[in-house]
Design a protein around this ligand. Structure first.
Ligand SMILES: Cc1cc2nc3c(=O)[nH]c(=O)nc-3n(C[C@H](O)[C@H](O)[C@H](O)COP(=O)(O)OP(=O)(O)OC[C@H]3O[C@@H](n4cnc5c(N)ncnc54)[C@H](O)[C@@H]3O)c2cc1C
Length: 355
């Protein structure tokens, strides 16, 4: 029997073409970016080995855009936290659960635990930098990702901004500039992106084994689209630049201004939610070292779920160093957190298919 060389090559090439075509940037664009599932984390931009993708700001949204030649390697798709990520546990693996309050004098959203943990890690040189989110100087409440290396910079970035920030992109930039140990703060979607980089064979951390990241996730029911949120406020006569503080507590979205507070049931804000949140069913950020939120603790405290040995070392170290005070949570408080996680999952399953 003679081998039909040409037809074999043709066959292999067509199979390869078919396979790689499925993983070109176009697939990411079609399934994730155009459907509104993109979480604006910047991992596809940073993962592209030929720098063919740019993160452009379009109407105050971070939009990954093909600006070079796509080689159809599929890495952008494989690294995307929305490409095929579905988690099946409620709050994931929890070693211990705490209510924590920072003893430092700094701006904070709840107990200031997140800022205190990062302060401790910087102080003990466990990390060279922490990636957080601060308000963009010229656009109030639009977050920008910031790499901070000092307590003063960290203190400037306390508090929550309820909009996506490309923190993952900023973290990768830090590693590319020569850092090897960083911490990052983000919502579950950001932490998912990093988990993908750690677990996938072509992921950043599989290839760069000297790089390590400590992950702090913020509990998140939903995040907001910046333009829709400003419009929601404007329709109620509030200029976003007049807002001094934003909080979500007990099902209410509360904004504080010099003239006083105004609140709405969180449900009313649904139209302003980021479309990507419709794809998320992880409330606590199960792939993190520490997960932090307010639900489950008294006002002025942060609920902290410890998931890893390093997470435990940081919490216990900060406690011993007198940076925080902390108490273990009662099981009923942990159940409150799990109920919020269940609520988020239910929301996910009741969703109609995206456009
Ligand atoms: C979109 C969103 C929705 C949330 N929803 C809930 C909820 O439903 N229930 C709940 O219990 N908690 C929720 N949280 C978490 C909560 O608001 C607090 O962030 C958390 O309790 C930690 O408070 P803290 O005082 O310990 O943090 P702080 O010490 O004030 O530090 C907060 C840290 O988070 C960083 N940060 C702020 N905004 C962002 C952002 N957008 N992306 C990345 N980093 C950021 C800051 O730079 C700072 O380093 C949400 C947070 C976000 C961002």
């Amino acid at each position: 029997m003679t081998l039909d060389y040409n037809s074999t090559v043709d066959k292999i090439q067509s199979v390869l073409k078919e396979k790689t075509k499925r993983y070109a940037f176009k697939k990411l664009e079609r399934e994730v970016i155009k459907t509104g599932a993109c979480v604006e984390c910047g991992s596809c931009v940073e993962a592209c080995p030929v720098d063919a993708i740019s993160g452009n700001r379009v109407e105050n949204q971070y939009v990954p855009t093909l600006t070079g030649d796509c080689t159809s390697c599929g890495i952008c798709y494989a690294m995307c936290p929305r490409a095929f990520a579905i988690q099946d546990t409620l709050i994931g693996n929890v070693k211990s659960a705490w209510k924590v309050r920072s003893l430092g004098d700094h701006h904070r959203q709840d107990g200031g635990a997140v800022t205190a943990f990062l302060e401790y890690m910087l102080d003990k040189k466990m990390i060279e930098a922490a990636v957080v989110a601060c308000q963009t100087p010229d656009i109030p409440w639009l977050p920008e990702a910031k790499r901070v290396t000092s307590k003063e910079q960290l203190y400037d970035c306390g508090g929550t901004i309820y909009t996506h920030a490309p923190v993952v992109s900023e973290m990768i930039k830090g590693f590319k500039e020569g850092l090897s140990k960083q911490a990052i703060v983000g919502m579950a979607c950001n932490i998912d992106a990093i988990e993908r980089m750690e677990s996938h064979v072509a992921g950043f951390f599989s290839v760069n084994t000297a790089a390590s990241v400590f992950k702090i996730s913020l509990f998140c029911m939903e995040s907001f689209d910046y333009s829709s949120l400003s419009k929601f406020l404007k329709d109620d006569g509030i200029k976003i630049q007049d807002v001094k503080h934003v909080a979500i507590t007990a099902g209410q979205f509360i904004v504080s201004m010099e003239s006083g507070d105004k609140s709405w049931p969180i449900k009313e804000l649904d139209p302003a939610a980021s479309s990507s949140c419709a794809y998320c069913q992880d409330f606590t950020g199960i792939s993190s070292d520490l997960s932090c939120g307010n639900i489950g603790s008294d006002e002025g405290w942060t609920t902290v779920l410890v998931r890893t040995a390093t997470g435990e070392k940081v919490l216990k170290g900060a406690l011993k160093a007198g940076i925080i005070e902390a108490e273990e949570l009662e099981p009923k408080a942990v159940r409150i957190v799990a109920n919020s996680a269940r609520f988020k999952k239910n929301k996910f399953y009741k969703l109609a298919a995206p456009h």
